[in-house]
Each structure stands twice: as structure tokens, then as C-alpha cells.
Write a protein that binds this ligand. Structure first.
Ligand code: BGC
Length: 250
């Protein structure tokens, strides 16, 4: 049994738990802190170190989902996190400030790998896209179970900026949109994604996805099957731990 700490750094919260990666279940309680404002590397490190101490995980390897394009441990974008993270070598920075070897993965990729392994995407062939509706919008795309990493489908151009500024859960809260108002923006977004990649299944993730059936599915009309994620907001933590396990077993 592999038990690994997973940490999910988001634009609003930083959360972690120790995960049984084979079962996709938490074996510790989940701990969540607010993302510091501004979310500079220094201030985020304080929270990460607190989480490591909470979990009694000092010095051990762990996995971290990060809301950016990540290539070989380097941060290549900073849409919902302080610009000070741009181009930082996260692996080196975290090693220096925590003492741990840390495996980094885009947060939506982490969540979608977890959901494809342990949730609603399990065993689904063809093209599957998981869309995380959080502070921003993240995406994880799979063809026959294999991830196409670092897709950024929240950044498709829309109106004067990008879709995540209109259809994310962050936009719903910030603009105080009704479920109907927000549902219409989300419907436009999902239809656009559907047109671009013709998926066989769309999975909606992020905390707000648990309200899909009760609050907003009535505003969504897309020609492709849509389900809400089984693992909700916990998928990012589980996927981060799974990424660490995969990296250390190579
Ligand atoms: C970032 C993505 C991230 C998503 C969800 C977007 O703004 O560009 O990398 O996956 O937010 O956090």
C-alpha cells in the first residue's frame, strides 16, 4: 500500500491529506488553509511548511498540484497565483525550503488523473475531458486513458478576455451571478469545448460540481454526456499523491 502526502495549491485554498494511492482514499484528515494574499512564493511556503508539520511529513517525498503549466518541475504560467512564481524551478525551490523531493503536476491534470483512475472516468475509452471549475478553469484531456498534459482550456479566448473569467466558479462568486446567469455562460463554454474536441464524455470537477444535478444542469444543453466528478474537490490531492508515487517508482 502506498501512502503519500498530496498537496493541492489553488488560487483560493491550499489543502493536503495523506492518500492511499491504490484505493484513491484519504487515510488522514484533510487540512485546508486559505491561499495567502498576495500568493508569493515566500508566503505560500509558510503554509506548505505548516501542512508538512500538521501531517508529520518532514523530509519525505510528496506530490503537489499547482495551478500552472508545469514542465519538468518549472512553472510556466501564473494566471491565478502571484507572478513571482513565473519561471521558478519549483522542484529546487521546494527542496530548498521544505527539505523534500516534490513531484509537481498541473492541478487539473492531477485531479483528472485521479478521477480517471478512481472516479467517473474509470475504464472510459475515447476522448474524455475533465474540466475543473474553481477560482479558474482547468482541464485534463485523455485519449483512451492517456493524458495530454498541460492543456489550458480555461484560457480559450472569450469576449474581452478568457472563458475562466466568465464561467469559473470564481467568476460566479465574484460577480454574484445567479445559477441561471452563470449556467448560461458555462453552457456557452461547454458547447465551445465540445465543438473543438468532440469528446465522448465531459466530467465537471471542482467543489461546485456537486451542485450540478440540483442547481445548474438545467441550464446546460450539450450534445455530449456530462457527469459531475465522483471525487469532487478531493481529486487534486489524490492526483498529486499519485504523481509522486509514479515518479518515485520509475
Ligand atoms: C491555470 C491552469 C489551472 C487552472 C485551475 C488556470 O488559470 O492557467 O493551469 O489548471 O487555472 O487552477
Amino acid at each position: 500500500m502506498a501512502e503519500i502526502l498530496g498537496i493541492d495549491v489553488g488560487g483560493t485554498g491550499i489543502k493536503g491529506a495523506i492518500v492511499d494511492t491504490e484505493k484513491g482514499e484519504f487515510i488522514s484528515k484533510k487540512i485546508k488553509y486559505g491561499t495567502p494574499k498576495p500568493s508569493t512564493p515566500e508566503s505560500v511556503m509558510v503554509v506548505i511548511n505548516q501542512l508538512i508539520d500538521d501531517m508529520n511529513w518532514r523530509g519525505k517525498p510528496f506530490g503537489c498540484g499547482f495551478p500552472s503549466i508545469i514542465k519538468e518541475g518549472i512553472c510556466h504560467s501564473a494566471a491565478n497565483i502571484d507572478k513571482g512564481w513565473m519561471n521558478l524551478n519549483l522542484s529546487e525551490y521546494f527542496k530548498e525550503h521544505t527539505g523534500s523531493d516534490v513531484t509537481f503536476v498541473n492541478d487539473a491534470d492531477a485531479a483528472s488523473v485521479a478521477e480517471m483512475t478512481h472516479g467517473k472516468g474509470k475504464g472510459v475509452m475515447g476522448t474524455v475531458i475533465l474540466i475543473t471549475l474553481g477560482t479558474g478553469i482547468g482541464s485534463g484531456i485523455f485519449l483512451n486513458g492517456k493524458l495530454f498534459p498541460n492543456s489550458e482550456f480555461g484560457h480559450l479566448l472569450y469576449k474581452k478576455s478568457v472563458f475562466e473569467h466568465y464561467a469559473s466558479n470564481g467568476a460566479r462568486k465574484r460577480k454574484d451571478l445567479s445559477w441561471k446567469e452563470w449556467g448560461k455562460e458555462l453552457n456557452t463554454y461547454l458547447n465551445h469545448v465540445d465543438l473543438l474536441i468532440s469528446p465522448d464524455l465531459i466530467i465537471l470537477g471542482g467543489g461546485v460540481s456537486k451542485y450540478f444535478d440540483t442547481k445548474f444542469s438545467q441550464y446546460i444543453d450539450v450534445n455530449t454526456k456530462i457527469v459531475h466528478a465522483a471525487m469532487g474537490n478531493d481529486a487534486g490531492i489524490t492526483g498529486a499523491a499519485m504523481a509522486c508515487q509514479k515518479a518515485s517508482s520509475l
